[in-house]
Design a protein around this ligand. Sequence first.
Ligand SMILES: [Zn+2]
Length: 82
Amino acid sequence: MSTKILPEGDVRQELSNDGDHERFAHYADKHKITESLVTGTPVRAICGKIWVPSRDPSKYPVCPECKEIYAGLPKGGPGKGE
Ligand SMILES: [Zn+2]
C-alpha cells in the first residue's frame, strides 16, 4: 500500500500559478518561436516573460508590455530581419 496518488487539484493549482502572461501573445525572436513550436520549450519574450508561444497567436491579445517595447525599438530599416 505504498502507491502514492497525486491529487488532481494540486496539479491544476500549479498550472494556474503561471500567471496572466499565458493569456497574451508576446513578441520574441522569430527563430526562437519557431523552435519552440517544434520543441515546446518556453522562450523569453522581449518584455522578459517566459512563455510558450501558441500556434495561433491571433487568438490572444498582444501583451501591452511587448507592444510598448516593440514600438520603442529602433527600426533596422526595410528588408532587414534583425
Ligand atoms: Zn510580453
